[in-house]
Design a protein around this ligand. Structure first.
Ligand code: ZN
Length: 186
């Protein structure tokens, strides 16, 4: 009798139907999987990865099955289903055959979860990254100063509550006159 190969995190939650011989599926270390997913880009902002956005909350191996916990940026965001497909495809291409995606809605995603590198890439792409902390801002109830991602000027004005997508607002710089998207704090 062949003994099932036990890896980490197998004390419980074994899903029998997903047990397969180890030889058929790659099982790279989690640090490597994080790197893989750091190359899956957000379809709405195709310079920032789903890891930098903070959508990928947790990765765990359960035997040869990878458990991926995702929190969508906001419920009803049309990009969510597309992002899930992209993540599955990237993992399958890396030889990870058995993947379970979990959606975790609480705590809700906030722009605070966008990493520093993600914020820098947003700026380079021409989108003003969220200013300050979502929780602090709601306490103060003030409009933050949004710097122009093109010239850095703080002389900007909001043109519309909604930019190219619902999670962005349209701003305009009164110095260089360029319009730009601001990634809203939520
Ligand atoms: Zn400007």
């Amino acid at each position: 009798m062949r003994q099932p190969q036990l890896m980490n995190h197998t004390a419980n939650s074994l899903i029998a139907s997903d047990r397969r011989p180890a030889s058929t599926a790659a099982q790279p270390p989690l640090a490597h999987v994080w790197q893989l997913l750091d190359e899956v880009l957000d379809p709405e902002v195709p310079v920032v990865s789903v890891v930098e956005l903070g959508i990928v909350r947790d990765l765990q191996w359960h035997e040869q099955q990878l458990q991926v916990t995702l929190t969508p940026t906001y419920s009803g965001c049309p990009a969510t289903a597309f992002i899930e497909q992209e993540i599955l495809q990237a993992l399958h291409q890396a030889g990870i055959a058995y993947v379970q995606l979990h959606q975790q809605l609480a705590p809700a995603w906030t722009t605070d979860w966008i990493s520093e590198s993600g914020r820098n890439k947003l700026r380079d792409y021409g989108i003003a990254p969220p200013v300050g902390s979502a929780s602090k801002r709601s306490l103060l109830g003030e409009e933050p100063v949004i710097a122009c991602p093109q010239c850095g000027s703080e002389h900007t004005e909001r043109v519309s509550e909604f930019g190219s997508t619902a999670c962005k607002a349209l701003y305009r710089c009164t110095d260089c006159l360029e319009p730009f998207d601001y990634f809203k704090c939520i």
